[in-house]
Ligand binder design. Structure first.
Ligand code: CA
Length: 401
């Protein structure tokens, strides 16, 4: 779906619109005037362009997001602890029940099962609770006129104007990530154009206010990415200690029989499926952590966000929604990650300790990290600002909990 830069969108959660300098305002106005003819050449009517750009002002904060370097690389066990927690499993089961009939119709049309579709929904927008709050036209016009990837974002900007022109989504409903991903499925506008479908039959492809359209569009995305109804995404495996894993990797697929001959087994001890699909050996944290054999269906999940950690989150959440267990093998860390409930508790403890970090929303932003560094230094542990089990337990103990 989305460019790799979207991986940053979840990590950075500033909500403010930054105030543009006068020079930025002037440059923006002349840039927009210069885009008018190009927009028309791409199918945006002049009246559409004029109506929906007249009141635009640049939001220079999106340029900061575009240029942001992650403060540190988030370990995969932190991503998964928050993306696949008990809360998201319970919420997903409720969604499976609520949208049962629509999901059955989606599966019969596109060949993608309900748990997989709902898992994508849960990871992308927390089942429609988190669309992002930035007006798409503001973000995409700013990115069209400033920063490193203007040609790419101009295409997304013109496409957004066409989505409005065609009446699929009202402009005031088009809010999303700083980079322009929007709605239940967090499609970029260009992905919308290629893959969004009208499943409720009202003539509009509405990924913001129609859950059936959004679920079907997700399934259509996966089908077009090569999803095979008869295949699992993969499964957790055990790898013999001495096995040479130099050829590990999602892309390097070998026949299941080849892996079996090398001693790879499912973690529950069952043999690998005979005649199973070609699979790659995924070692997200190296030899010391969980291992997986993944099929081409995992590649379809991967393509949703171009990150193996997100692909694994969707895959694992789908298994949990089917009643599957957490991974059998622990991650190679003595300080595991936190669920969103634990993150909120951590933030409440920091607030009770006098830190001004805003509302306990479970998002670990810059202010939470600064407060954590302060507390870690006080506790005499490495002050890296990471929210893990160790600092949570220390803060609980200090608060007498
Ligand atoms: Ca519709």
């Amino acid at each position: 779906m989305s460019p790799r830069i979207l991986a940053l969108a979840g990590a950075l959660s500033a909500l403010t619109l930054s105030i543009p300098a006068a020079a930025d305002e002037g440059a923006f106005a002349s840039c927009l005037a210069g885009l008018r003819a190009e927009a028309q050449a791409k199918g945006v009517r002049a009246d559409t362009f004029d109506t929906h750009t007249a009141a635009l002002a640049p939001d220079m904060a999106v340029i900061d997001f575009l240029d942001a370097q992650p403060e540190f690389v988030t370990p995969i066990w932190d991503y998964l602890a928050a993306l696949v927690d008990e809360e998201r499993v319970a919420d997903g089961r409720a969604m499976l029940a609520q949208w049962k009939d629509v999901l059955a119709a989606v599966e019969s049309r596109y060949g993608v099962d309900a748990e997989t579709v709902v898992a994508v929904w849960g990871v992308e927008s927390n089942y429609g609770r988190n669309f992002g709050t930035r007006p798409l036209l503001t973000s995409l016009s700013t990115l069209s006129c400033f920063g490193r990837r203007q040609a790419f974002f101009r295409g997304e900007f013109f496409t957004t104007l066409k989505i409005i022109q065609e009446g699929h989504v009202a402009p005031e409903r088009l809010n999303g990530s700083w980079a322009g991903a929007f709605g239940h499925t967090q499609f970029m506008p260009s992905t919308f154009t290629r893959l969004a479908v009208d499943f409720d039959g009202d003539g509009r492809r509405d990924l913001v206010d129609s859950v059936p359209d959004a679920l079907a569009s997700t399934a259509n995305f996966l089908k077009r990415a090569g999803w095979q109804a008869t295949l699992p995404w993969g499964f957790e495996v055990s790898v013999p200690r001495g096995m040479d894993a130099a050829d590990a990797g999602r892309r390097n697929k070998q026949p299941m029989a080849e892996w079996a001959a090398r001693g790879v087994r499912r973690v529950d001890g069952r043999a690998l499926p005979a005649g199973g699909a070609p699979s790659g050996l995924l070692l997200p944290a190296g030899r010391g952590g969980p291992a997986f054999l993944v099929t081409r269906n995992f590649d379809a999940l991967y393509s949703y966000n171009a990150a193996e950690s997100y692909g694994l989150a969707i895959a694992h959440l789908s298994d949990r929604l089917r009643g599957g267990a957490p991974f059998a093998t622990a991650w190679p860390t003595d300080d595991p990650g936190l669920s969103r409930a634990e993150r909120r508790e951590l933030q409440q403890l920091l607030i009770a300790g006098g830190h001004d970090i805003g509302e306990p929303d479970g998002m670990i932003g810059a202010r939470t990290r600064e407060a954590l560094k302060f507390e870690q230094a006080r506790l005499g542990v490495p002050a890296d600002g990471r929210a893990g089990q160790r600092v949570l337990q220390a803060l609980r103990a200090a608060a007498g909990r």
